[in-house]
Design a protein around this ligand. Structure first.
Ligand code: SAH
Length: 476
């Protein structure tokens, strides 16, 4: 197989980035039904793996090979020969071009089955668990309009018109889309106002290639509407120290019901990282408030906060169920963000200790504890891999339950090793990447723990990502 070849492939999986993973049809040696994993396929001589954008599992498609490496390649979809039984028309007009929704063209039920399979396959292949104790995935009833946060890059199109949208997959080309169907409807109103302001006062968007221009991104966060209307935060990320005529912009934005916090974020670095460290409040409060369950949270622009509030409640309820708290336990919540899980658990535990690397998030966490009258939660700013070992070596801390909710790269070795030394009765592992989850679970189980339950949870409908909660018991 070489560049420019036109071939027929059958799509059998998705890559971690959401590209269809296919094999050439009619490759001798093995029928598709025989092969149940990528490794088996390649090993069995089915030829190279091809990654094809815009295809979904079950499609048979004609594709053109664009780039070929030794064992894999990339191909462009020419036409679908036989559509997957799970194929549907995307609800969003830019679903294909935009890198956000990789699998919008797949029936939602099938998306859920795929995610369950993905978690299972990673636990088996990477984790070495022959028969993981899976619970059914917690899905959504309506897989749109769920995101409470959006970060829109600002650019100009070919005709010089200002646009706001999302990056196309694998590139930094901005796809014009002010009303993302995953996000809140008010996002479009806000973007219209910001872009109009830029137009009026001739404010240039930031240009990544030259490092010139002012406005980089508009970040919007919206609280749940049960506090009708939900509180709104607008944060304009700029490559400079001020925004021309910002008073007029504030005036226009303030008219939107729910507007609570308008800030500038200063980012002068030539980097892909969206937000800089420095914030300048233009108007209102420095944070918005939102409720999860019976707890009210303050959220600053730089703090992490789960993006799918409906599902977050279900996720935390599962974590709480797995923690099996009676009111007597000491609990550590590592990678705690603004203390969301910690404060949930604190209501049922003796004491909870949270650790988080972002100082602003820890400030939010302390404020959240205080405002909710929770006095048995304490928070430490620092790296989990430094704070936990230090607390263990110096203070000989103990824990009945440890909850971890790390970023995609998973837990640091020193976190895993210290957890094994502390030896809590239960570990609840919340993960947004089932591959690193499987790796870490394998290590913890080699250290004596038993994997008791696994529950995939939908947090990112229409994307290939899946959240998972796991329970580990100490059998001794
Ligand atoms: N449990 C929280 C946050 C989970 S996201 C919630 O449900 O909202 C992961 C968090 O880990 C982020 O807040 C991130 O800032 C933090 N983080 C990343 N690396 C870290 C590290 N090395 N030590 C501690 N926290 C870290």
């Amino acid at each position: 197989m070489k560049k420019d070849d036109i071939i027929t492939v059958r799509i059998e999986d998705f890559s971690s980035e959401g590209l269809g993973v296919g094999y050439m049809e009619n490759t001798p040696g093995l029928s598709f039904a025989d092969a149940d994993s990528k490794t088996a396929n390649t090993a069995a001589g089915r030829g190279p793996v091809l990654f094809v954008k815009d295809t979904i599992i079950g499609d048979v498609a004609e594709v053109k090979v664009m780039k070929m490496k030794k064992t894999y390649g990339y191909a462009r979809l020419l036409r679908i020969i036989t559509p997957s039984p799970d194929r549907i028309e995307a609800a969003c007009p830019v679903a294909r071009a935009c890198g956000g929704c990789q699998i919008q063209e797949m029936k939602y039920e099938a998306q859920l089955r795929f995610k369950e399979q993905k978690v299972l396959a990673n636990l088996q292949r990477i984790g070495g668990f022959a028969d993981p104790p899976m619970e059914p995935i917690i899905g959504m009833s309506y897989p749109f309009r769920y995101r409470n946060k959006a970060q829109y890059p600002i650019d100009r199109d070919k005709n010089g018109r200002l646009i706001a949208g999302f990056y196309a997959g694998r590139t930094h080309t901005v796809i014009d889309c002010r009303d993302c169907l995953l996000g809140a409807k008010v996002n479009k109103t806000i973007l219209d106002i910001v872009l109009n302001h830029m137009e009026t006062y001739e404010i240039e968007p930031y240009d990544e290639t030259t490092g010139k221009g002012l406005v980089r991104h508009v970040m919007i966060r919206v609280g749940k509407e049960n506090a009708s209307p939900g509180q709104i935060m607008v944060c304009i990320v700029i490559n400079g120290s001020s925004l021309p005529e910002s008073g007029r912009l504030v005036k226009a934005l303030r008219a939107i019901p729910g507007m609570t916090c308008i800030t500038l974020n200063i980012n002068r670095e030539r980097t892909n990282v969206i937000m800089g460290r420095q914030l300048k409040l233009l108007w209102g409060k420095e944070y918005i408030e939102d409720t999860i369950g019976n707890i009210r949270f303050c959220i600053s622009p730089l703090s992490f906060y789960q993006v799918n509030p409906l599902q977050t409640e279900k996720l935390y309820a599962k974590a709480l169920e797995y923690a099996e708290l009676t009111g007597r336990e000491t609990v550590w919540d590592l990678y705690c963000g603004i203390g969301t899980i910690s404060l949930f658990l604190a209501q049922k535990a003796r004491a909870v200790y949270g650790v988080e690397i972002i100082p602003d998030a820890i400030r939010d966490a302390r404020r959240n504890a205080e405002r909710n009258g929770i006095t048995n939660a304490e928070f430490f700013a620092g790296k989990a891999e430094e704070v936990l070992p230090e607390k263990y070596e110096k203070d000989g801390i103990c824990a009945d339950v440890i909850v971890v909710d790390p970023p995609r790269r998973g837990c640091d070795m020193s976190v895993l090793n210290t957890m094994l030394k502390i030896a809590p009765k239960r570990i609840v592992y919340v993960s947004c990447d089932s591959a690193t989850l499987a790796r870490d679970l394998n290590y913890l189980c080699a250290g004596g723990y038993e994997l008791k339950k696994v529950c995939p949870t939908e947090m990112f409908a229409n994307s290939v990502h899946v959240e998972t909660v796991c329970l580990l018991h100490k059998p001794f």
